[in-house]
Design a protein around this ligand. Structure first.
Ligand code: KG4
Ligand code: ZN
Length: 338
């Protein structure tokens, strides 16, 4: 039996909708919110309002793109077998918009509802490509709010075996960028300038955290203290070297723990996921480390790294087949353990 799922993602500042048929992504539309740039971070109230404005057009275009030959939107909606949405974690006002929209649509179409955990979905984004990892695999999930090493035994059996004890890797990028006078979100800009810089120009301290956990707050402090002693001219002139050095330190912190996780678990298939996995330095370093260590590495396409509904759709596809449906009383949650 063929299964078509419409998925909605609205956990932070991207409104996204995707259609997936039998595990194949037919469309993945993403509306970015630029309104936050001038505030140096996501403003929750503004994010919720932008989701309200974006959600109908984004869903509409995702459906149209998935079924280009259909002329009638009602005809398209009748082919949908389930509605999926991001339930947690995220900004509560943002999650509420997607949740309410998904529930209303499921109710009116009389189809089941599937609630998806955003961080699990980031991991399963690695199952979208044709060349996908076999289970078990390890996934380094690095986003604006999380940094985790996940042991994936099957699509719905995921275990966090290491995580950050303070800032996330994305925060380390964004906060360092802010100290360098770059606008939000600074991660992609550090990536851009780092390409022209020397990664060994400024050695920033790496934390000594036991086990598979991470810490990034020390790096932020070390960047701040260093910059406080420099003139604005120096910072401007050395921008590329500073970006390359910060990025190099973050990558070292991440990959050292991945190496340790492979050693501890004996699992040598390694994926990355989350917004920071769009970082070109991290992608390259993981691939090189994989080649040197004899691992199989998997890196999702850019559009499936940052927040997107295709990863919600693929997760929902596995939940549909496992019979894991949500009731119409389902409500979002800002924080969620798994
Ligand atoms: O997964 P995501 O889109 O949203 C969350 O769930 O947090 O991740 C956003 C984070 C931000 O911190 C952003 O700066 C970072 O991902 N990011 C990058 C790059 N692209 C996005 N960091 C470094 N290099 C990039 N190219
Ligand atoms: Zn995310």
């Amino acid at each position: 039996m063929s299964v078509t799922i419409l998925a909605i993602e609205s956990s932070c500042d991207e409104t996204s909708a995707s259609v997936c048929r039998d595990g194949v992504i037919l469309s993945n539309r993403i509306a970015n919110q630029t309104v936050h740039e001038k505030y140096g971070g996501v403003v929750p109230e503004l994010a919720s309002r932008a989701h309200m404005q974006n959600i109908v057009p984004v869903v509409h275009t995702a459906l149209r793109e998935a079924f280009p030959l259909a002329s009638d939107p009602v005809e398209i909606l009748q082919t949908i077998d389930a509605i999926a949405f991001t339930q947690s974690p995220g900004l509560i006002g943002s999650l509420l918009v997607g949740t309410q929209f998904a529930k209303s649509l499921a109710l009116s179409l009389q189809v089941p509802l599937i609630a998806v955990h955003h961080m699990q979905a980031h991991v399963l984004a690695n199952l979208i490509a044709e060349e996908r990892p076999e289970f078990p695999f390890l996934c380094l999930t690095v986003s604006g709010g999380h940094t985790q090493i996940v042991l994936a035994r099957s699509p719905l059996d995921l275990e966090v075996i290491g995580q950050t004890i303070d800032d996330a890797a994305g925060e380390a990028f964004d906060k360092s960028a802010k100290l360098l006078g770059l606008p939000y979100p600074g991660g992609p800009l550090i990536d851009k300038y780092a390409k022209e810089g020397n990664p060994h120009a400024f050695p920033f301290a790496e934390p000594q955290i036991p086990g598979l956990d991470f810490s990034f707050s020390g790096l932020k402090t070390s960047v701040r203290y260093f910059l406080q002693k420099q003139t604005p001219e120096f910072i401007q002139e050395k921008r590329n070297d500073l970006c390359a050095s910060v990025q190099h330190t973050i990558i070292q912190i991440l990959l050292k723990k991945v190496k340790k996780a492979v050693r501890q678990t004996g699992v040598n298939k390694v994926c990355i996921a989350g917004g920071v996995s769009a970082n070109s330095g991290l992608r390259k370093s993981l691939q090189e480390m994989g080649e040197a260590q004899g691992w199989q590495t998997f890196i999702p396409a850019f559009e499936y790294c940052t927040d997107n509904a295709a990863m919600i759709a693929i997760t929902a596809y596995y939940k549909y087949h496992a019979g894991q449906f949500a009731g119409l009383e389902a409500s979002p949650s800002a924080r969620a353990e798994w």
